[in-house]
Ligand binder design. Structure first.
Ligand SMILES: [Zn+2]
Length: 324
């Protein structure tokens, strides 16, 4: 039997693990709550234990494992496998995760940023399968990104590339969490949409005032999407404007990278025609003709499994280039 790869998706809330074959067959998956507050040692114990349980469930052992990949919230160093101090993993400070897990498992362990591995997951097994170059926008509280060019993740010299939410789209624009202004995610994300809605809230005539009791702080993205689908003019305007900002970001990606596919993931990705038609239209209007027509705009295939499967895919790719 050919060897298997372990994929790990470690979040502040959930820990997911998958055992996958080299030819992309998912043998088994498991998950548990991350004991994030207990610190790195306990979390590494959790990972080791779950990995061994899952292998055992398939009558496999660590001797059958080619490599393990870990998708972790940054900041981290993907080359050394050191995780610095992720905001959602308490008490983590310069943890040599790759080295520690290698000691525990005795197989090559590769650490990568969670947004990058999710992008790689869609490339390897999801909506990007068969394409050579893809861009992923993950639309949630912020806008996360990932880029695969000619079959490889674009990481940049320091491993910080593909922070697509922080592309500058407005000079002196909205203040961003990164302390800069005018970043794409201040407009093209759920948070961005809520900020847009609040701008004209006072004079708006909208069904959303009933839903929220008039308090704009009680608004959420789903409320706006549903009201927009029902034809509420204010909600439709806010939603459309948000989709247009996403389309502008997409156009910049198309002009810069000429990707085959752009995949919209995350909470907003189930927006249907209302989302995709507007994003596509804006993307085509604002990009060059040839790359604009080339780029397919798609919803994701893997949903919440993109990270765990992408971690396995990344580990395989890195094993082949770094260890073979
Ligand atoms: Zn920013």
């Amino acid at each position: 039997m050919s060897k298997v790869i372990i994929g790990v998706d470690l979040g502040g809330t959930n820990l997911k693990i998958a055992i996958v074959t080299e030819d992309k067959k998912i043998l088994v998956q498991g998950d548990c709550s991350t004991e994030a507050k207990a610190g790195p040692e306990v979390v590494m114990d959790q990972m080791e234990k779950l990995i061994k349980e899952l292998l055992q469930s398939q009558d496999l052992s660590l001797a059958n494992v080619l490599a393990a990949g870990f998708g972790i919230p940054g900041p981290l160093n993907w080359r050394t496998g050191v995780v610095y101090d992720p905001p959602n993993l308490e008490n983590w400070k310069d943890v040599p995760l790759g080295e520690e897990m290698n000691k525990r498992l005795g197989v090559p362990c590769f650490v990568d940023n969670d947004a990058n591995v999710a992008c790689y997951g869609e490339y390897w097994m999801g909506a990007g399968q068969g394409a050579k170059s893809i861009v992923v926008f993950t639309l949630g509280t912020g806008l996360g990104g990932g880029i695969v060019i000619d079959g490889e993740l674009l990481r940049g010299i320091d491993g910080t590339a593909a922070e697509l939410g922080h592309l500058k789209v407005e000079r002196n624009g909205r203040l961003c969490g990164c302390e800069s202004r005018g970043c794409l995610e201040c407009y093209a994300s759920v948070t961005g949409m809520l900020r847009t809605a609040k701008l004209d809230w006072d004079k708006a005539e909208t069904s959303l005032k009933k839903v929220t009791g008039g308090d704009p702080n009680k608004l959420n993205g789903l409320m706006i999407y549903i009201a927009a689908l029902e034809g509420d003019p204010f909600a439709l305007k806010v939603y459309t404007e948000t989709a247009e900002w996403i389309g502008l970001g997409a156009a910049s990606m198309v002009n810069a990278l000429n990707p085959e596919r752009l995949i919209l993931c995350g909470a907003m990705s189930s927006g249907g025609d209302l989302l995709y038609d507007t994003v596509r239209k804006t993307m085509l209007e604002n990009s060059f003709k040839v790359p604009g027509k080339r780029c397919q705009l798609l919803p994701p295939d893997l949903g919440n499994n993109a990270g765990v499967l992408g971690s396995a895919g990344c580990a395989l790719a890195r094993f082949q280039t770094e260890c073979a």
